[in-house]
Design a protein around this ligand. Structure first.
Ligand SMILES: [Zn+2]
Length: 157
């Protein structure tokens, strides 16, 4: 690390501790050339998430846009802000797990799956404005797949 005082690139770490609620490590360093001390912070680099659209376009994942889409579908329903936040978060987690490149229809289906459990009207509304598919046939085929993959595996009553 280059010393901010004399620009020498030779130092030793004299103290190292968690900072920012353990999201960072704060290090005190001592320059071996001039003896002055300074502080550095080390953090995990946020991994970029790229959404790949049907046509092959690649756009950066936008959590605001995801939330807005869910909010729009849920307008006027019993789904409250906390549930919208929770679903948006859950979908983002799924997308990140599938990343760093994730297909837009995977995100759309994850939203559909979540909405289906929350409110059927919102689910249908999201389904009808859902732009991830080129044709209605594509969409219905995916819905069948979705139903297969989320079908209840035996009831426990
Ligand atoms: Zn120095």
């Amino acid at each position: 690390m280059r010393c901010p005082f004399c620009s020498a690139d030779d130092d030793k770490v004299v103290d190292s501790r968690p900072a920012d609620d353990a999201a960072a490590v704060r290090r005190r360093r001592e320059c071996l050339a001039c003896g002055k001390r300074y502080t550095t912070y080390e953090r995990v680099e946020e991994l970029p998430l790229v959404v790949v659209k049907r046509a092959g376009d690649r756009v950066p994942f936008d959590p605001q846009k995801l939330r807005a889409g869910i909010e729009h579908a849920a307008a006027g329903s019993a789904i409250d802000d906390a549930a919208i936040d929770a679903l948006a978060h859950e979908v983002e987690e799924k997308a990140r797990a599938a990343g760093p490149d994730v297909r837009s229809d995977l995100i759309g289906l994850a939203v559909l799956e979540g909405l289906r459990q929350l409110d059927l009207v919102s689910y249908m509304r999201f389904a009808s404005v859902y732009k991830g598919f080129d044709t209605v046939d594509d969409f219905e085929r995916e819905l069948v797949e979705l139903q297969k993959s989320t079908a209840p595996k035996g009831r426990q009553t």
